[in-house]
Design a protein around this ligand. Structure first.
Ligand code: P6P
Length: 338
């Protein structure tokens, strides 16, 4: 944008998505309406997170979620806001939330053709210390016009029609892909609008950062251990990678997307499927990485090819710069061929 146009030619997320949708003459605006309700949820959570310390929302709600973790009030609030916003959009039929053990089937009178899988407030254990946290979401179209069933959300990640996250940090940044590239929008609180600030995000082909919880090193399998060793003690004379690990997936993935490098949550002896959830953590972040020119691998296969059997299933994940993920794929392939 020319400098003067920037002040007047505001590319809001709604306008951007309308432009995108106009490339699909068959679209009836349903997706744009759905997205506007997701954006409303993000704006609400952004405001609540920013006020959390003041509004004494910090602290335990006393219940526990499917992870067995204690639910903080912001978790509960964020989940309710998103569920209500998505149902009231009239464009959804099944919702899967990290906070709800069972899927939500929208009542027939309010049903639409989209299924939304989401983590309303990922990284919430970091709320009290002010570390960036986020909402992660993925969107499927229902498989067919019949009665919605869990099969409509137990689809491979490659079937997603859109995915994204909203990071609540020093600024509120929403990063989304509808299948033709990745774009980032920053909330302008004075306008209450998300403005395009990161057009066409492409992840560097190779990065200088690796991101993993080294505290789990004693439980890693061979290929992961070998890969991390190579990051720290490169044998080809290249410089070692820097370790950056925030422990909040949205923050770690956002940095990886913008700066390059690799994010790993591997399997380990204690958790053979790793920790991160397939539907609303692994798939959306893998979708974004591939759309930005990167890769996402589970240790066995391309992450987006997985077909989940349960809505809260976990998977190991290695995602980020194309060449960095290739290196760990080669180590797993070598292990396979032993
Ligand atoms: P660990 C946060 O609880 C989370 O679900 C992700 O946001 C984050 O990447 C991961 O868990 C951190 O897990 O075991 O390293 O603390």
């Amino acid at each position: 944008y020319a400098a003067d146009a920037q002040r007047t030619d505001l590319m809001t997320i709604t306008r951007f998505v309308l432009n995108e949708q106009s490339k699909h003459p068959e679209s009836r605006g349903d997706f744009t309406i759905l997205l506007s309700h997701i954006v409303l949820g993000c704006k609400f959570v952004c405001s609540a997170v920013n006020k959390a310390g003041l509004a004494n929302l910090i602290g335990l709600a006393g219940e526990t979620n499917v992870q067995g973790e204690e639910q903080k009030k912001l978790d509960v609030l964020s989940n309710e806001v998103f569920v209500k916003a998505l149902v009231s959009s009239g464009r959804t039929c099944i919702l899967v939330s990290e906070e709800d053990e069972e899927a939500t089937f929208v009542e027939p009178s309010k049903r639409g053709r989209y299924c939304v899988v989401f983590d309303p407030l990922d990284g919430s254990s970091n709320i009290d210390c002010g570390v960036s946290i986020g909402t992660i979401f993925g969107i499927y179209s229902v498989k067919d016009g019949g009665e919605p069933t869990l099969d409509d959300v137990l689809q491979p990640g490659k079937n997603m029609v859109a995915a994204g996250y909203c990071m609540y940090g020093s600024s509120c940044t929403l990063v989304i892909s509808t299948g033709s590239g990745v774009n980032g929008f920053t909330l302008d609180p004075s306008l209450g609008e998300f403005i395009l600030t990161h057009p066409d995000i492409e992840i560097p082909k190779k990065g200088k950062i690796y991101s993993v919880n080294e505290g789990n090193a004693k439980n890693w399998d061979g290929p992961t251990a070998k890969y991390v060793e190579k990051c720290k003690f490169p044998i080809d004379g290249s410089s070692s990678k820097s370790l950056r690990y925030i422990g909040s997936m949205v923050a770690d993935v956002h940095r990886t997307l913008l700066y390059g490098g690799i994010f790993l949550y591997p399997a380990d002896k204690k958790s053979p499927n790793g920790k991160l959830r397939v539907l609303y953590e692994v798939f959306p972040m893998s979708f974004l990485m591939e759309q930005a020119g990167g890769q996402a691998f589970t240790g066995k296969q391309r992450a987006l090819d997985m077909v989940p059997k349960k809505i809260h299933e976990r998977s190991p994940i290695f995602l980020g710069s194309y060449d960095d993920v290739d290196e760990i794929k080669a180590l797993y392939a070598a292990e396979e061929n032993k």
